[in-house]
Ligand binder design. Sequence first.
Ligand SMILES: C[S@@+](CC[C@H](N)C(=O)[O-])C[C@H]1O[C@@H](n2cnc3c(N)ncnc32)[C@H](O)[C@@H]1O
Length: 433
Amino acid sequence: MADFRRKFKGPRPNRKNDRREFSRQQGGEDFTLRIEKMVQGGEGMARLEDGRVCFVAGALPGELCKVRLTFQKKDFTKGRVVEVIEPSPDRVKPLCPLYGKCGGCSLQHLASEKQAECLEKVERENFRRLAHAELPEDFVIHTGNAWGYRNRARVVFRNLPNRDGSANRAVFGFRGEESNNIVPFENCPVLTDALNEFLRESAATLIKSNSRELDVNVFDNGKGSISFYYPGMHKSDFDKHAVSVVEIGGRKIEADASVFFQSNLGLLPELVNAVRNAVDEGLASGKATNDWLIDLFSGVGFFACILQDKFKKITTVEREEGCLKHAKVNLDECGERNVENVSAPAEEWLLENVVDVPATLIVDPPRTGLPKEALAAIVQSSVNRLIYVSCDPVTLARDYAKFSEAGFALSHAEGFAFYPQTPHLEMMFVLDR
Ligand SMILES: C[S@@+](CC[C@H](N)C(=O)[O-])C[C@H]1O[C@@H](n2cnc3c(N)ncnc32)[C@H](O)[C@@H]1O
C-alpha cells in the first residue's frame, strides 16, 4: 500500500465529491421540464435550471414532462419520463406490449405518420452541428409501411424447463441490450407476417431439446420463402435452408441468412432507384465514367449486381468471406465485361489498388462509417463523384465534413425510412468535386 501511494502521481481523489456524484447518479431526482426538440437517437432534449442539457427518453418536442434523472455528468444529463403533464398532439399509445422492454422500436410513442417529419428536423440539425453545412432544401425522406416491414432479424431460441418437470418448452425472443436475458415475444409488429409465423411454427423444431439456446438469423425474401442460419449449421442444412434469392431492381440476387442483406424490402426499390439515378447522372455529366464501377462494402454485390449492365469493368469489395460466393453468382462476366469480386477490407483494397480513372464509386459502410484510411485513399484517387449510402447519419455527417475539406460538395441527398418506430434512418449522399 505504502509503495502504491508513493508511485501514484495522479490527482488525489476527492472522496466527498465522488460520493455526492455517485448519490446524484443513483438518486434519481425529478424535474418538470419542457422538451425543446428531438435529437439524434430519438430522445427529447430539455434544459435543467443550471443550464445543463437533459436527454429524455420517451419525450416528444413541445411536451411538458416530469422527468427522473438517470445519469449525470458535468455538462449533460439523461432522464426518463415519469409523467407527461402536457402531451404532444403527435403522441400515441405504443402498439407493442414490449415497448420499453425489448430495447427496440423506441419511437412508438410518436404517430407513425409524423416520424419522417421529425427525423428530417433531427437530421437537418445533426448535419448543421456535425458537418457545419446545410442539407439540401429538396432533401426528402421516402416512407413505406410503418409496421410489418422488417424482413430480417436475429432471434434467440431458448429451452425453458417446465416447473412441473415435464419436457422443456422452447421460447424465442430478442436478446436484451445490456444483459444476456431474452425478451420473449409471440408477434413482433415490425417483422413481416411471414417471419412471425415462421418463428411461432419452428421454435420447437429448430432448437434441439438438449441444447439451452440458439441464435438464429431469419430472412424473408419477400415472396413467402423464409431462410435461416445458426452457428454450427451443417453444410447440407445450410445449402437447403440458409440460401435465398431476392428479386429486386429487375435482378435475382442470391444471398444467405448468415450475411448482410437489406432489411426493408418494401422500401428498398426506392433506394435502388435513387442510386441508379445518381449513377446515370454521373455518367451523363461526364464526372464519372462507365469504364469502372467500384462497389465498396458490397455485401453480396447488391448495388453492382443491379447496375452491372452499365459498366465495362466492375469490382466489388467486401470483408465478410461468406458473401464472396454469392457475389460471384450475382455478377456475370458477359461480353467485354470484366468482373472482379474481392474478399478484403475496403481500406486495404484501396491502399493496394490505384484508382486513376474517374470511376463510378459506391460506398455503403456499416454504422461506423468509412475507415479513415479508406476516406483518405478516395480523396487521393481520381474519383470525382461518390455515391455514399449510409445507415448512420452521424458517421455520414462526420465523413462528409472530411470530404468537404478535401474539395467535395454535396450535390444530392435523400433519406429512406427503413426502420419505422425506431430513430434510425438510411441516407444516400452524392458528392462531387
Ligand atoms: C451496410 S452493409 C452493405 C452491404 C451491401 N452494400 C448491400 O446493400 O447489401 C455493409 C457491409 O460492409 C461490410 N464491411 C464492414 N466493414 C468492412 C470493411 N472494412 N471492408 C469491407 N467490407 C466491410 C459488412 O460485412 C457488410 O456486408
